[in-house]
Design a protein around this ligand. Structure first.
Ligand SMILES: NC(=O)c1ccc[n+]([C@@H]2O[C@H](COP(=O)([O-])OP(=O)(O)OC[C@H]3O[C@@H](n4cnc5c(N)ncnc54)[C@H](O)[C@@H]3O)[C@@H](O)[C@H]2O)c1
Length: 247
């Protein structure tokens, strides 16, 4: 059990990568605080999850209260994983200001707020591991999703800033860059294309391994970065992308 007794806050925990990470962290012995705006899907996570918090990651008061309640109940916060995210799939010319603002808000501000709130107990206890979820597109770029690609670049920059600012206080901060991963978000993104099947094939073949990732494969990398095995790893953006960036 890699995370025995650790307290892990995971946003976006009701679906896809966040869900797989929450279930794996619980199996590894962590007490998981699962945060998501989808209350119904949160309720389906089952009894291995210590606490479920239904709400928007952009709710500053919710973030503050959730972390305070967690410290009150469990005494500490060891791990934060920020997996909540959205993708609207539009090139710049089609991106309304609302699309731009909402994407940057959820993906960047929603990551920042939860990091800031977790840094309060983590600096007090002089330990902690933060793992953000960016995307291989943060490094490779990508067509037809200007706000999303921009937001993921910002997540990597934020991860690096936090890693540098808190490295001497026992806190590590790393990003995972997933390739296209079989989740509801990916299904939705192909569904928006004129020919979803052709878009799916193009994306699949863009990976050197010729397949999509599984949420559990991304969760395994998150777990590594969150665990004591990564004790000397900080400020890293780890591709878990079936060779997308290598190609
Ligand atoms: N699936 C992929 O191919 C892929 C690739 C690279 C990166 N990512 C990133 O991985 C992360 C998880 O994506 P996924 O594919 O599992 O998506 P998903 O849609 O399956 O899950 C995202 C979860 O985040 C929650 N969420 C979204 N906005 C929220 C908000 N404002 N407040 C609270 N919860 C909110 C949703 O309710 C959902 O449960 C995202 O940051 C995504 O950008 C995904």
């Amino acid at each position: 059990m890699q995370l025995a007794g650790q307290i892990a806050v995971i946003t976006g925990a009701a679906s896809g990568i966040g869900r797989a990470t929450a279930m794996r962290a619980a199996r590894e012995g962590a007490r998981v605080i699962a945060v998501d705006r989808d209350a119904a899907a949160l309720a389906e996570l089952g009894p291995s999850i210590a606490r479920s918090v239904a709400g928007d990651v952009l709710d500053e008061e919710l973030a503050r209260r959730t972390i305070e309640d967690t410290v009150h109940a469990f005494g500490r916060v060891d791990i934060l994983v920020t997996a909540a995210g959205i993708s609207l799939g539009k090139p710049a010319l089609d991106t309304a200001l609302d699309d731009w603002n909402s994407t940057l808000a959820v993906n960047v501000t929603g990551t920042f707020l939860w990091i800031r709130e977790c840094l309060r107990p983590m600096t007090a206890q002089a330990s902690g591991a933060i793992v953000t979820i960016a995307s291989q597109l943060a490094q490779a770029g990508g067509r037809g999703n200007a706000a999303y690609v921009t937001s993921k670049g910002a997540v990597v920059a934020l991860t690096n800033s936090v890693a540098l600012d808190y490295a001497d206080q026992g806190i590590r901060c790393n990003a995972v860059l997933p390739g296209a991963t079989e989740t509801p978000m990916l299904q939705r993104s192909f569904g928006r294309q004129a020919d979803p099947q052709a878009a799916r094939e193009r994306s699949r073949l863009r990976h050197a391994m010729g397949r999509f990732g599984k949420p559990e494969e991304i969760a395994a990398a998150v777990l590594y970065l969150a665990s004591p095995d990564a004790a000397f790893v900080t400020g890293v953006a780890l591709p878990v992308d079936g060779g997308w960036l290598a190609a």
